[in-house]
Design a protein around this ligand. Structure first.
Ligand code: CP3
Length: 357
């Protein structure tokens, strides 16, 4: 009975599938819009849920509440997609490296991977370790009731590697980068394990109901182009060729130097940060759907400036399939009213320019 119900829910037609159509390069009546890090960072309604619990991790691991905060931006901000509330660091934890989320500071790993010996406690995940994420996806899908698609996600192998070797956030990630020069073979061993784990994890998110998936390579921009090809792109390529069930987005922040190579990956959508001029992106990446790329700081400006900058960004992507977003996650102290102006501006933008591939 439960099984039947689940199948029925999965098969529920979406009332708003603009983002999936745009990802597939199909014609859409207007540009779809959502925000990276829309769940959790800016809404008072999120903080109310968060305060009921002892920690961020408890929220991530409580499927009913993770589903509730996933849906909040759909109800409150009217975005065209939900993104499952979780974190990229659930993967290293499931592989055997526990992390803590320190209030107002960020992630901290009491033990790091510093050498080949440290790999002994690290395993490729089977997938089932993260059943709380799949349960949160099932509940979210059921509660969304087909209103908008649900995006699943994972960190890129390189970005997760950076946290596992550095032990926390960092301005330079010099421990993580040093590792690549001093212990390249061990680095590849860990990246291999991460890649396999991420593929299994994404496939199980899709099985649970994720309508599309995104890879966050947030620390792409700190590598040399040569190291990026060797230690990141190679593994992104393997992930992209393994995921064909739903549209895939690759967001590699700061990797403007590798856009042409990223364009060769078997993914539908390429996320762009604000360092990339939309005009250059459309030239370098014809035939791909592009996502982004307003500077998140535009949302601190006056309303008229937000409208002007958003329209300018939309003009820049004219003629190519586009999903509007910021160039990185929305900053925590952004006024939700400003976010609403951004979203409304995208929705009102004349869409006669969206073309099918
Ligand atoms: O997009 C969404 O809204 C879904 C939820 C989501 C979170 N983290 C929740 C979160 C997503 C997609 C992430 C991805 C993530 N996590 C990335 C890649 C995207 C990016 O921003 O570059 C990275 C690098 C992380 C690692 C991480 N998690 C850091 C560095 C921090 C601390 C600083 C911060 O971003 O807030 C986190 C904590 C975190 N992840 C919070 C949330 C809502 C804040 C924790 C809290 O509420 O106390």
């Amino acid at each position: 009975m439960l099984g039947e119900c689940f199948i029925y829910l999965c098969a529920m037609p979406l009332k708003n599938d603009l983002i999936l159509k745009a990802a597939n390069g199909e014609k859409v009546p207007r540009t779809p819009v959502w925000l990276m890090r829309q769940a959790g960072r800016i809404l008072p309604e999120y903080r109310a849920v968060r305060e009921k619990l002892g920690s961020f991790k408890e929220l991530v691991e409580t499927p009913e509440l993770a589903a509730e905060v996933t849906i909040q931006p759909v109800d409150i901000l009217n975005v065209d997609a939900a993104i499952i509330f979780s974190d990229i660091l659930v993967i290293p934890e499931a592989m055997g490296l526990r992390y803590q989320m320190i209030e107002k500071k960020g992630p901290y790993f009491p033990k790091i991977v510093g050498n080949a010996g440290d790999l002994s406690g690290i395993n490729t995940i089977e997938g089932e370790e993260l059943s709380y994420v799949y349960r949160a996806i099932e509940i979210t899908k059921s509660e969304l009731n087909g209103r908008v698609p649900l995006i699943g996600f994972a960190g890129a192998p390189w970005t997760i590697f950076a946290y596992m070797t550095e032990g926390s956030g960092s301005k330079t990630f010099s421990k993580a980068r040093r590792f690549l020069y001093q212990q390249p073979d061990t680095a590849h061993k860990l990246l291999e394990m991460l890649t396999e784990s991420i593929i299994r994890y994404l496939k199980l998110q899709i099985k649970a109901g994720a309508d599309m998936v995104q890879i966050f390579d947030s620390w792409a921009g700190i590598l040399t182009p040569h190291h990026y090809r060797q230690f990141s792109l190679k593994y992104l390529d393997r992930i992209a060729s393994s995921i064909s069930e739903v549209p895939l987005t690759i967001f590699a922040k700061g990797a403007w130097f590798a856009l042409e190579d990223i364009g060769k990956l078997d993914c539908n959508t390429i996320g762009l940060d604000w360092n990339v001029d939309p005009k250059d992106a459309t030239r370098i990446l014809p035939g791909k759907t592009l996502q982004g790329n307003l500077d998140p700081c535009v949302l601190y400006a006056d309303n008229e400036d937000i409208i002007r900058e958003t329209n300018k960004m939309l003009d820049g992507f004219k003629g190519q399939a586009h999903i509007a977003n910021l160039g990185h996650g929305v900053y925590p102290d952004t006024d939700p009213e400003k976010v609403r102006i951004f979203i409304e501006t995208v929705k009102e933008y004349s869409i006669s320019n969206q073309i099918a591939k």
